[in-house]
Ligand binder design. Structure first.
Ligand code: EPU
Length: 427
């Protein structure tokens, strides 16, 4: 089994570069299915989810190359094959294959998506959208079956503001007959990124980034070149790391506007954040103040930074409160942080964290992607050697993390360890 070993308390200094946005990548790649000719996407992160999607597109007949962050997808020979099992269950975002395959082939069979367990993660709003467009949707033996004789534009009001449903409905609607309106749409930058790709493929989309998106269906789409936006969650993770363990860190390839909610909270804590056009500099931080945070849909404080930010709260003076309004069970990292001496408890959707605490190294488990990121940051500031298990969760979302952190002076290694006989991953 591979683990990360981190010798903590090294002060970090220098420049760290942010990769392309994971949550854009996992939608942009399926969007290429809708084109009639090759699509090239540049700046993709080299993470497990991207490799899995490459394999999925190949399974349906796509000709795909991926090198140095650039993926070229020739979708012309793709077919609407069923994908009930296998790779499709490795990542939650395989749900975008539903919208894209329905849009192109008017049919799709997709196994119910996997991904991090963060509490219930229904896809009822995606289904509601597909049905409104004219698809018949059934759930059989753990797979979703979608079929339509034709897709017709419709007015769809989302009961819950959902990134996934907004993008999935866009994918299904761009080649539907007539106009589709998505009301109460999500406004995340990743939605704008996907809309930009689709528009450059010939789609007619207005309002992406606002809560009303209008789509006029077109007959066909064509290939294009697209450069992905930087990953605002990776950037945010590095900003938090710089505040916790930095002696002056520049985070490069970031759109400061995308991380404003985090910047505001860091400043409230007493962290200096210097914004440039495409980079952010965070000098050494001293005397952090306790703050309260509530996660919200964009442009509010992102749920994806709740776990890394709660690590920073262990270093602030006083009692901090962080509430996750998006996911009910995204607090598995708190138990692990407690093993490292953090003073924290969870009440419902809220974690209450007292600080500052002197963290100590321990052997801990990454229960999910962002929990893993929080534990890596904890290892960087803890005394002694921290061992992080189940790092595959982390590598689903952060590319070249060991190399990037080592570049700042962190002592982090990815090593294979022997697991004692009879013990399991769940130990
Ligand atoms: N929801 C419903 N019904 C639906 C869809 C969502 O009730 O049909 C609820 C969810 O249970 C949740 C809320 O609505 O409480 C928001 O879910 P959303 O659909 O926006 O989440 P998602 O699209 O499944 C994306 C990111 C997540 C990120 C959330 C929220 C991708 C692939 N994933 O998930 O990213 O936490 O938006 O911003 O884009 C991560 O990167 O670590 C991650 C989990």
């Amino acid at each position: 089994m591979d683990v990360y070993k981190i010798n903590g308390q090294k002060r970090l200094q220098g420049t760290i570069k942010v990769s392309g946005a994971k949550n854009s990548a996992v939608a942009l790649i399926p969007a290429s299915i809708l084109a009639g000719s090759p699509v090239t996407i540049e700046g993709l992160p080299e993470i497990l989810d991207v490799w899995t999607l490459k394999e999925l597109l190949e399974e349906i007949g796509g000709d795909v190359s991926f090198e140095n962050g650039t993926m070229t997808i020739d979708p012309s020979k793709m077919q609407g094959m069923p994908l009930p099992n296998g790779n499709v269950k490795k990542l939650r975002a395989s749900y975008y294959l539903m919208g894209a395959m329905l849009g192109r082939f008017k049919k799709a069979v997709i196994g119910l998506p996997g991904g991090c367990f963060l509490g219930p993660r229904p896809i009822d709003q995606h289904i509601k959208g597909f049905e409104a467009l004219g698809a018949k949707v059934t759930n059989e033996h753990g797979a979703i079956y979608l079929r339509a004789d034709e897709l017709r534009g419709a007015k769809i009001y989302l009961d819950v503001v959902s990134v996934g449903a907004t993008i999935n409905i866009m994918l299904a609607a761009v080649m539907a007959k007539g106009q589709t309106t998505i009301e109460n749409a999500a406004k995340e930058p990743e939605i704008i990124d996907v809309a930009t790709l689709l528009t450059n493929m010939g789609a007619k989309i207005k309002g992406a980034g606002t809560n009303i998106i209008r789509i006029d269906g077109v007959e066909e789409l064509h290939g294009t070149n697209h450069t992905i936006i930087p990953d605002r969650i990776e950037a945010g993770t590095f900003m938090i790391m710089a505040a916790a363990a930095g002696d002056g860190v520049t985070i490069d390839n970031v759109i400061p506007f995308h991380v404003e909610a985090l910047t505001a909270k860091l400043r409230e804590m007493g962290v200096k954040v210097e914004e440039n056009e495409e980079s952010i500099f965070i000098p050494k931080s001293v005397n952090l103040n306790a703050v309260d945070v509530k996660t919200l849909v964009y442009p509010g404080f992102p749920t994806d930074l709740q776990q890394p930010f709660s690590l920073l709260m262990t270093q602030a003076t006083g009692s901090s409160v962080i509430t996750d309004t998006i996911y009910s069970a995204r607090f598995k990292h708190i138990d692990e942080l407690r093993r490292m001496n953090a003073s924290a408890r969870v009440e419902g959707r809220t974690a209450i964290i007292a600080g500052p605490t002197h963290l100590q190294a321990a052997s801990v488990r990454a229960s999910d992607l962002r929990a893993g990121a929080a534990l890596v940051l904890a290892g960087l500031i803890a005394e002694g050697e921290t061992e992080i298990r189940d790092i595959s969760h982390i590598e689903r979302g952060y590319s070249d993390l060991v190399e990037k952190l080592s570049g700042l002076g962190a002592d982090i290694r990815r090593v294979s360890i022997e697991v004692a006989q009879g013990s399991t991953k769940e130990d």
